[in-house]
Design a protein around this ligand. Structure first.
Ligand code: SF4
Length: 62
């Protein structure tokens, strides 16, 4: 079962940040509409299931 941590849109919060929490991250995705491109960001946890997320895209291995 995939989770947010395996998604290319998942960005962990760095330990140096005030809102750092183990496993916490931001889901950051580029969207497009007739006026142009923009970014959407929302807080997620690394262990949240991604199976029902239509935006899930597996992160490439580092
Ligand atoms: S919410 Fe969806 S798009 Fe965002 S990180 Fe999780 S699986 Fe990826």
């Amino acid at each position: 079962m995939a989770n947010c941590a395996e998604c290319k849109s998942f960005f962990p919060i760095p330990e140096s940040e005030d809102d750092f929490e183990q496993g916490k991250g931001d889901c950051i995705r580029e969207e497009k509409d007739p006026k142009g491109k923009f970014w959407l960001s929302k807080p997620v946890m690394s262990d949240m299931p991604a199976d029902n997320c239509k935006y899930f895209t597996k992160k490439l291995a580092n």
